[in-house]
Design a protein around this ligand. Structure first.
Ligand code: ZN
Length: 197
């Protein structure tokens, strides 16, 4: 069965997801869900998928940044974004225990809002505590693009989307991003909207 990814406007994307109990995590149902979410993320393709995006109000997300997704970016782009492959893993009941004051601005997108992108400031480094698919406590200290993916997915579990945090004047269609902005320097502090005109 192929999961349907909820699109912008679905109330499910705006609800706070609930915690999972360890026995629930270990259940056959949740284990099957994890596999289906992994397949849906790979099909999309995306680097993360959170349960609210398939209409389930659960604090569970899958993450994977595969080597072949990185191929369309130059070495400079990857270095600037501190983007490296991230193996497939699941985060359940995640908590951001630390978030650096150092913020980075980059364009990001979302499978629930396809065809658009915007610059979103995100902490460069974070520490996340979570349960894995065996209900074992884990933590990760992530920086760069992986830290961005984690923050984006954890936002989904709180009913937040990148458009809540974006620098709204950078909002663009993906076509225009590819045509006009890809590979160009990103404004670290875009000018404030003009009061006149
Ligand atoms: Zn998203």
């Amino acid at each position: 069965m192929r999961l349907k990814i909820m699109q912008m406007g679905e109330p499910a994307l705006r609800e706070e997801a609930r915690l999972l109990m360890p026995e629930e995590i270990l259940s056959e149902e949740t284990q099957r869900l994890i596999h289906e979410m992994r397949d849906a993320m790979r099909d999309a393709p995306g680097v993360g998928l959170a349960a609210p995006q398939i209409g389930l109000p659960l604090q569970l997300a899958v993450i994977e940044d595969r080597e072949d997704l990185l191929k369309s970016f130059s070495a400079e782009d990857l270095a600037e974004r501190e983007r490296r492959p991230v193996p497939f893993h699941v985060i359940i009941n995640p908590v951001i225990a630390y978030s650096s004051d150092d913020k980075k601005n980059f364009y990001e997108g979302c499978l629930s809002l396809p065809g658009f992108s915007a610059v979103v400031p995100r902490a460069r480094t974070i520490r996340v505590e979570y349960l894995d698919e065996r209900a074992e406590p884990q933590f990760v200290q992530a920086s760069g693009w992986y830290a961005r993916i984690l923050q984006h997915e954890i936002d989904h579990l709180r009913g937040a989307l990148y458009i809540d945090r974006m620098l709204s004047r950078t909002f663009t269609t993906l076509d225009n991003w590819t045509r006009l902005h890809k590979g160009k320097p990103i404004l670290q502090s875009p000018p404030a909207p003009s009061q006149d005109a």
